[in-house]
Design a protein around this ligand. Sequence first.
Ligand code: GLA
Length: 388
Amino acid sequence: MQDLMDTLTGKFTAHYGRAPEIISYAPGRIEVLGNHTDYNEGYVLSAAINYGTCFALARREDRQVRLMAGDIMEEVQFLVDAPMPTEDHMWSNYVKGCLSGVSARKAPPCGFDAMFFGNIPLGSGLSSSAALETAAALCFAKLFDVEISKLDLARIGQKAEHEYAGVKCGLLDQVSSIYGKENALVLSDFRTFDIKPVNFPEDVCFLMCNTHAKHALVDGAYNERRQSCEIAARHFATVLDHPVAALRDVSWNEWLQYGPSLDERVARRAAHPIGEDERVLAGVEFLRDGDAAAFGQLMFQSHESSRKYFENSCPELDTVVDAAKAIPGVLGARLSGGGFGGSAVVLVEKRHAETAAQAIRSAYAHKHGEPCDTRLIICSEGARIIQG
Ligand code: GLA
């Protein structure tokens, strides 16, 4: 993080001719268990990671905003009171959405010069956009001198995704970036918003394997999955004799009994978050008992459910997970996040981590020509102001 901050400070000072006043940092995330459960009011185990984004700004005397993407050195300008989404420079929409969200709580006192810079591989499914939103929102709250709770910060980021980027995401990415804890997973209940750290065995770690695959229509496919889940929830509400506000309220047995009366595809979509909720709760118990092997099996089952029911995997992710199954020391693997490309997360015994990473890279290269990118993930602290 120090490296990122130093690089950003250097770039900021060179470009704007003065040093930044406020700097924040927000990490990306891995999703470990509980796929597409957040917007179904269910449970997720996730973690903030050792890759993230720094956001820096300095006040201006007028109402102008200059915003610079420090990696590609592209700049956009707009008035602080009118952060409208645009079709070019899509990256700026995440920041503008957050500016609009913070401004709804307190009017901006002034314009500013801003720049961000991060090391989360783009399109890797590790939530670079949520890290950017969270880092930006934290800086704006500081500049505007307004107190915003952690959960409301997450909601500001989510609203930016919905209204400025067109993705009807849940709150998982922002919550993980904000509530992350060093060496721990974050267990989130997306109905009660009870969010707490969960320890995991010391002799295991996570690898993230970035396939670089990005399949077309990702956002549309995500929104379609969400819609199917909502249709299914409405169906279960009419056939079950207890209240159903979301798929969180439906058990696997109820799905088995009443799923067949649904459209076949909608029923399959619903099976995934319903099964995932049960796996997260079982997984928490396994972690309490220190049983990483049993936890890893749940990760494999989760991926199978993605593949079979939710159809949000792809051949590249399947290659990683299938290869991982046969590698010594690997306990579990699954896709992480929205799906349709991006990264798979692998649970491995620490002493086998390096050899497992090599084996996955070569199995991947064998099938797809190029190796995937593997990185050791360290569960890390959540977002914070680091200067100012
Ligand atoms: C993306 C979304 C999250 C969540 C995951 C799937 O990361 O942004 O809200 O729905 O997909 O679990």
